[in-house]
Structure formats: structure tokens, C-alpha cells
Design a protein around this ligand. Structure first.
Ligand code: ATP
Ligand code: MG
Length: 335
């Protein structure tokens, strides 16, 4: 069998450091992948004059799997978000953002195990109807929800629940105010729920969901929601388990998947060997699970647990005093 090829985008800011850490970890557990390195973001703008070069897009379509560091979209007109473009281009409609507790972090809670399933192509992030009036006194944007889009993401959430032995799916919405868009999403979610009598279904309004997540997060198992709410709630969930350095994300479509950290390029700590690589290492774990390499995935998770719990060589966001390279070294030694 030929080797699995994976497109790797190192990304901006802390990206290269944490991606290299993840690649070392993958090698250590014996993953014999072929990597095609591709540029995107600021690096690509410098090297190729565009943020998302065609060669990079071609490599993603060819290999169908990519591991990606954070990408910075320059602020200002004329630049659409690179992450949003990638999700649209490859129809990566499902964004899976799991958070689990590791003992030894500064998190407020233990035993958290929540996965947010965020719709990734519609809603407020569809990029439609962006208008600012000539005098700059008024701005508009459109949100779009389709039955097809809502149904496929809700089905995805229930199928994931079944596959992973999860018990409950909570649909988060704001149908009481956003009657058309969130209303349609909720209507479709209720229909889909009827097809999964083996899974408990609940619904919650987004503002209440925020409060409930902070006060009693253990009631949540799978959360399924629209694009903007999912973006915000998943950062909130990351906060429950020790911050963005702990939060991976998978962007999954019918025939392509991109694995990444939830956080951005963290310019405040870039180039200082301070970043926690756990986020992108856990993204690599999600990638292994996607490739049905559960044994390797589990090995990495266990080693991460041990290193973080021991706390000897953890990064500052985890309460330690060490850098990315020491933390990675500790992990490699465990493995
Ligand atoms: P974006 O708009 O790209 O999402 P952002 O403004 O939300 O970016 P992030 O880059 O996500 O910002 O960083 C938010 C905060 O979290 C920063 O203070 C950053 O240093 C911290 N942070 C992000 N990722 C990590 C990490 N892997 N390890 C440690 N700290 C991190
Ligand atoms: Mg952010």
C-alpha cells in the first residue's frame, strides 16, 4: 500500500513551532506519512503574492487531508478570511471542536468531555450582503441557513454521538429572536432528533447555553449549532479545560478534511518558544482517528495526559515555566 500523503501548512505566528512539535510526535508513534508542505497566509503572501495560492489548493485536493497551523488574515478591505475561504472551497461543512479535561491544567473543572459540532459554511459567516454605506454610518451583513445545510450538520452530530457512544445532543439556537434563520435550524434539528430515539435530545437558547456551560458544564455532551454561535461557544468550552492551547478542531467535508488548532496565530507569543502545542497535537489525534488509526491516537493522548498531569515541563498557559520545545521533548520521552 502506498503511504498516506498529508498536506501540511505550517502557518503564521506560533504555527511553525507547534506544527513541528506535532510532526515529531506523529513520527515518534510510528506514523509513516508522506508530507507535502504548502504555504498559506502571510508566508504565502510574501512568497507567492497571494494568501491562498493555487498550488496549495491543489495539494489539499490531491491528498484530501491537511494538517494546518493558524493563518493570519491581514486586517483591511480586499482580504477575505483564509480559513473561511478554505472551508467554503472544500465544502468542509462540519467543524468538530472537542474539549476534554486534563488533570494538571489551571482549568476550573475536571471531567469535562464536550464536543461542539459547528456548522461551518453558512450562517453569519456566509459572507453575503456585506455593505457599508458611503458615509460609513450604516453597515449590513446577511445570514443564510438552508434546510440542506442544517440537516447535514445535525445528522453529523447525531451520527458522531452514536459512533462515539455519546448520550445526548443539545441543539443551541436563538429561534425566539432570529425567527427565520435560527428558526429554520431549530425546526430541522427537531425533525432529525426524531430519527435518533436512542440519543437524548435537548435544545437551549444560546445565551442560556453560555451561562449553563459556565455553571454546570457536565450536563453537556454533544452541542450542535450554527456557525457564529459555534465559534463563540467552542472558545468558551476551551476556557473550561484550560484555554485555547488545549483546543483542536477538525473541518470535515464529503471528500476532504483539514485539521487545525482552534486558536489564532497568537502574535503576542510568536517566536518566543512559549506556545502550548497541545492544540495542534490533539488536532493530529483527530486526524489519526479520522484515518482509523485509533491505537496511535490513544498513545498520544495518554502521553499528553501524563506530561500535563506531572507538570514537570509544561508551558506557561498550563501553569508551568517551560517552552514549546521542552514540553515536546517531555512528550517524546513519554512516547
Ligand atoms: P484569531 O483572530 O486568529 O482567532 P485571536 O485574536 O483570537 O486570533 P489567538 O491567536 O487565538 O487570538 O490568541 C488568543 C490568546 O490566546 C493570546 O493571548 C494567545 O497568546 C493565547 N494563545 C493562543 N494559542 C495559544 C497556545 N497554543 N499556547 C498558549 N497560548 C495561546
Ligand atoms: Mg479567535
Amino acid at each position: 500500500m502506498s503511504k498516506q500523503r498529508i498536506t501540511v501548512i505550517r502557518g503564521d505566528g506560533i504555527g511553525p513551532d507547534i506544527i513541528d512539535s506535532a510532526l515529531q510526535v506523529l513520527a515518534k508513534v510510528g506514523c509513516d506519512f508522506e508530507y507535502d508542505f504548502a504555504d498559506a497566509g502571510l508566508v504565502a503572501l510574501e512568497n507567492h503574492g497571494e494568501l491562498l495560492p493555487q498550488t496549495t489548493l491543489d495539494l489539499i485536493s490531491q491528498n484530501r487531508i491537511a494538517l494546518k497551523g493558524p493563518l493570519t488574515t491581514p486586517v483591511g478591505e480586499g482580504f477575505t478570511s483564509i480559513n473561511v475561504s478554505l472551508r467554503k472551497k472544500f465544502q468542509l461543512y462540519a467543524n468538530l471542536r472537542p474539549v476534554i479535561s486534563f488533570k494538571g491544567t489551571k482549568a476550573r473543572y475536571q471531567d469535562i468531555d464536550i464536543v461542539t459540532v459547528r456548522e461551518n459554511t453558512e450562517g453569519m459567516y456566509c459572507g453575503l450582503g456585506q455593505i457599508v454605506s458611503e458615509d460609513g454610518s450604516e453597515a449590513q451583513a446577511l445570514s443564510k441557513i438552508t434546510r440542506v445545510g442544517a440537516e447535514r450538520i445535525v445528522v453529523y452530530a447525531y451520527e458522531l454521538a452514536r459512533r462515539d457512544g455519546r448520550k445526548k445532543v443539545t441543539v443551541v439556537h436563538k429561534a425566539n429572536i432570529l425567527k427565520s434563520t435560527s428558526g429554520l435550524f431549530l425546526k430541522v434539528a427537531r425533525e432529525v432528533a426524531l430519527r435518533y430515539p436512542d440519543i437524548e435530545s435537548t435544545e437551549m437558547i444560546v445565551d442560556n447555553a453560555c451561562m449553563q456551560l459556565v455553571m454546570n458544564p457536565h450536563q453537556f455532551d454533544v452541542i450542535v449549532t450554527t456557525n457564529l454561535f459555534g465559534d463563540i461557544l467552542s472558545d468558551l468550552c476551551a476556557g473550561l479545560v484550560g484555554g485555547l492551547g488545549m483546543a483542536p478542531g477538525a473541518n470535515i467535508g464529503e471528500d476532504c478534511a483539514i485539521f487545525e488548532a482552534v486558536h489564532g496565530s497568537a502574535p503576542d507569543i510568536a517566536g518566543k518558544n512559549l506556545a502550548n502545542p497541545t492544540s495542534v497535537i490533539l488536532a493530529a489525534v483527530q486526524m489519526l482517528e479520522y484515518l482509523k488509526m485509533g491505537t496511535e491516537a490513544e498513545k498520544i493522548k495518554q502521553a499528553l495526559k501524563q506530561v500535563i498531569e506531572t507538570g514537570d515541563r509544561t508551558t506557561r498557559d498550563l501553569g508551568g515555566v517551560h517552552g514549546t520545545s521542552d514540553f515536546t521533548q517531555a512528550l517524546l520521552e513519554r512516547l
